[in-house]
Design a protein around this ligand. Sequence first.
Ligand code: PRT
Ligand code: MG
Length: 213
Amino acid sequence: MSITIALSKGRIFEETLPLLAAAGIEPLESPDSSRKLIIDTNHAEIRLIIVRATDVPTYVQYGAADIGVAGHDVLLEHGGAGLYQPVDLRIAQCRLMVATRVGFDYEAAVRQGARLRVATKYTESARQHFAKKGVHVDLIKLYGSMELAPLVGLADAIVDLVSTGSTLKANQLVAVEHVLDVSSRLVVNQAALKLKRKQLQPLLDQIASAISC
Ligand code: PRT
Ligand code: MG
C-alpha cells in the first residue's frame, strides 16, 4: 500500500523536510525548482503532493492524502472533520494577533462597546475570540493582504498571523491583542490510520521522536 503526504510549498515544506529525513524520507525533487505537483521520494511507496496550505486538511479529510502538515490556524478554520491530529510539529511558529493602525485606541473602543469592523482570513478563530471577549464585531472576509484594510478604511482592525512583526511595522500597524499561538500539526486521515496502520504508525512515531529532540 502506498502513502501520500500533503504539504504546502514554502515554510511548511522547508520545515517539514528535516522531520521527513529523520524518518528516512527524502523527496527526489524540490517544489521550488520543479512544477510537478506530485513528487516522488526515495521510497517507491511514499509520495508527496504539493497543495495550497489551506487545502491540506481537505486532501487529508477525503483520503486523497493519508497524512499532511497544516497550521493550527488553517485547521481551526477547516474544523478538523475526519482528521486525527496526533502531533504538534512545533514548526512554522507564529501568533494570531489583532492589529490596528498606530494611534487607533483599540482598548478605548472595546471599553466603550463600539462595534468594530475587523478584516481577516481567519473568520472562525476571530469569531470565537471576540465572542469570548464579548466584543461586538462585523467580520469582513479577506483572502490576503489583510494589512491594507485598516489603511484604506475597510476595517478598524485585522486578525492576522505575525511572525517577526516586520509586515505590521512596514504598514504602520501595531499588534494590540494576542488571539492564539500557532504552529503546524501532523494530520492523518482517520480511515487511513486504521487501514494502513502497519506502514503509517512507524512513520508517525519517527516524525514524533524527531520533534522532541
Ligand atoms: O501564501 P499563500 O497564500 O500561498 O498561502 P498561505 O499564506 O496559507 O501559506 P504560507 O506557506 O504562507 O503559510 C503556511 C502556514 O505557515 C500558515 O498557515 C501558518 O500556520 C504558518 N506561518 C508561520 C505563517 C507565518 N508564520 C507568517 N508570518 N503564515 C503566514 N505568515 C504571514 C502573515 O500572514 C503576514 O502576512 O507573514 C506575514 C507576517 O510575517 P512577519 O514576519 O512580517 O510578522
Ligand atoms: Mg502566505
